[in-house]
Ligand binder design. Structure first.
Ligand code: AMP
Ligand code: MG
Length: 420
């Protein structure tokens, strides 16, 4: 038996960061940047107004108060996106809107609220003049050219995962595409004579194949592209045929057929077609796990495809996916942080751990008075998929701990990361 950490290390040693691809920025969400981004422009490109108000010369407001305003001649108006043609000379002002370029001669913008604009307009007064009601500091309310980004600045570095803000940043730099590490294509195969496709009626002794769906959804969630191969039967021939269809991908994930039963054939197929390790991993659930590299045969260039053989029980397959497939997918995508977000929580139930395995218990995490609490979802059988649906976390009980008691602190891997 090997430890979870050792198994993960071995899995990761078989996958590498994939090649880069150039693509439209809106399709890059969650992908990792494979180039340095320097700005070719200043952002903002011009000095512009941070307020709706009047572009003026600060010196013209010296001594202004509410009772003794300084009056300026209004010589024009500048909307955002327009080009100012008029110069602001001594004793003059132009109306200016937020984001509009500051006209020549002006060094300050005084916002409407500090002028008599509103009373003047509501009383039908003379709009060719404006009274400034206070002294204004030079430079006020002007966003300087290049104050956010200066031309030539290094804005984003290689290895940066792209979130909405980075995608917006690329857009603001006028970059419609970006070079990013491509998404891995992951082939998914469920195995078992008892499995029936989701859209087929159940016959006696059969169950619907759910693993294909949970695994495909997880692959998508972490940024990969799932390719469902369907259901392989418990025969070497059926499995070989199906697996062959998945060998032009970046990774193959099977579920079922890796434990010690008579019909657990996945390991035989693997042994025939690839370099393979069968592991019993010191974890619960999810003890049996196969891992290897499948080699493509006829017609295609020989290339190894990492294969992760997850156990068939729906909960075990999800939990082993989280521990091994997720980090492998993230590594292929160029991520360096492969750990699941983890919090410390007070466990509210006691959990026994008699045989020195790492236990992943399904829990509901909630925050009370600033402290996380985790309670078991109920029955923890590895076939009880509803326990995963109820859970928002996996409490991790270390191999070395024989029992955790209610009230102890435990690490909880968050399945969802929300602050509530
Ligand atoms: P196995 O690992 O093949 O021995 O399967 C263990 C358990 O998981 C059995 O009860 C299977 O029926 C069940 N199982 C295997 N594959 C799937 C699947 N794709 N969807 C739902 N249950 C499955
Ligand atoms: Mg089976």
């Amino acid at each position: 038996m090997i430890s979870v950490d050792e198994a993960l290390e071995r899995v990761l040693s078989y996958v590498d960061v994939l090649e880069a691809e150039q693509k439209p920025i809106l399709q890059c969400l969650g992908q990792v940047l494979a180039e340095e981004i320097h700005s070719a422009i200043d952002v903002p490109p011009l000095d512009n107004s941070a307020m709706d108000g009047y572009a003026i010369r600060a010196v013209d407001t010296v001594g202004a108060t509410e009772s003794s305003p300084r009056y300026l001649a209004v010589v024009g108006e500048i909307a955002a996106g327009s080009v100012p043609k008029i110069r602001v000379e001594e004793g003059t002002a132009t109306r200016i809107m937020t984001g509009a370029p500051v006209p020549q001669g002006a060094d300050t913008v005084v916002q409407f609220e500090h002028t008599d604009e509103v009373t003047r307009r509501s009383s039908g007064g003379d709009l060719s003049r404006v009274g400034v009601l206070q002294e204004v500091k030079k430079g006020l309310n002007i966003r300087r050219r290049g104050e956010d980004i200066a031309r030539g600045d290094l804005i984003l570095t290689t290895g940066k995962p792209l979130r909405p803000q980075e995608i917006g940043l690329l857009a603001s730099l006028g970059r419609p595409t970006a070079l990013v590490v491509r998404r891995p294509i992951v082939a998914i195969l469920s195995t078992g004579d008892e499995l029936i496709a989701v859209d087929q009626p159940l016959a006696h002794g059969k169950i619907h194949d759910s693993n294909s769906y949970t695994i495909a959804a997880e692959v998508s969630r972490y940024g990969g592209i799932p390719r469902i191969l369907g259901i392989g039967r418990d025969s070497v021939q059926s499995l070989t045929e199906k697996i062959e269809q998945g060998l032009d991908t970046d990774m193959l994930i099977t579920s079922g057929g890796v434990s010690k039963g008579d019909y657990d054939m996945v390991k035989d197929v693997l042994a025939e077609h690839g370099e393979v390790s069968f592991w019993t991993v010191r974890m619960k659930p999810g003890k049996p796990l196969a891992f290897g590299v499948m080699t493509r045969t006829e017609g295609r260039p020989a290339r190894g495809v990492p294969h992760l053989g997850l156990p068939g029980n729906p909960v075990s397959s999800m939990i082993t996916f989280e521990q091994f497939a997720r980090p492998a997918i993230l590594k292929m995508m160029g991520y360096t942080n492969l750990t699941k977000p983890t919090v410390k929580a007070v466990i509210e139930d006691s959990i026994m751990n008699r045989d020195g395995r790492r236990v992943f218990a399904r829990v509901i995490v909630s925050k009370r008075n600033g402290i996380y609490h985790a309670s078991l979802t109920g029955p923890q059988g590895s076939g009880i998929l509803t326990s995963m649906a109820t859970a928002n976390g996996l409490a991790v009980i270390p191999e070395t701990s024989r029992e955790v008691k209610a009230g102890d602190m435990v690490d909880v891997q968050m399945l969802d990361w929300r602050e509530d």
